[in-house]
Design a protein. Sequence first.
Length: 336
Amino acid sequence: MNRRSLAREAVLAAEHVLAETGLSPGDPVPIFDLIEDRGIWLSFEAGLDRLLGTYLRIGDTAGIALNAARPLALQRFTAAHELGHHELGHESHLDLEATITDRSQDPKEFQAQTFAASLLMSELSVEAQLEHWGHDPDHPDLSATDVYSISAELGVSYQATVTQLRVLGKIPVVSAQELWKVHPRQIKQMLLGGRRPDQQWASVRRLTLADHQRAVELNVADEIDIALPEMPESGYEWVLPSDIGDRFALVNDRHQPSDADLRGTLFGAADARHVTLKACKPGRTRLEFFSRRPGDECEAGAPLTIHAVTRPLPVSELGQGISTNQHDQLLARASA
Ligand SMILES: [Zn+2]
């Protein structure tokens, strides 16, 4: 089979899996759940060193092990790669760094890579994301921050997103080369006004009043930076959500002169108060930001409400072992 046919087969296999999920284009793919739903054993291992993941098949039993010491986005991509070996009927595979992060010449590795990218960043999903961020889905003109935002929404790495945008023909080679030079660490630091996220691998989202009523999916340790326009002469001030419990922590509260990021706000470009919250515990949290004048009651209806969903970690707090869901299933079976 030539490369084009190999890629076609892998893309079709990914589309087949996606069709069963009922996800809308642009949604992040719950890759660990997909693997468990197929009855494949899933475990997260520390100490795999340069091994990013393995796919093992013995008779009717299949298992995937992932390197738990790597960033979650890379674990997710590796998981999709290993699921690719499974769905495409490949035999057991050990995947070193080079097979996951570079382009491999091995036909099966090439197929597993194509499967992973097509599953986590299908053409429809990428186009839905481009539209969401206000770009022409056919000819987007993307900054590194735009690409980073899409990668954070889809739960994939910045580099994998640049590669897929190029593969899908959304950006020319020269743009991809420029984007590849940017390190996501720089983008996160810029979004956080110079500060680095508490956890190096955490993803960072910038939200404004234009994101009112939006649902945001997060992982533990991810940070959201909320830009709240300030008009000191109006006397109004922001009241931060009070009932966040231990699900979120306020990690920064700073004042920043006006910038172009306050797109579409009711207040036009104003100086902004930037509030950074870090997701600490899984669960659903309604984050409501009210404005009021000192002494007044809060006005009815918050100008900014964010529906945050923080996903549980796929493994126990030890950070390794069999997936939490399968661990619970085994316990239930053992006690039945
Ligand atoms: Zn592989």
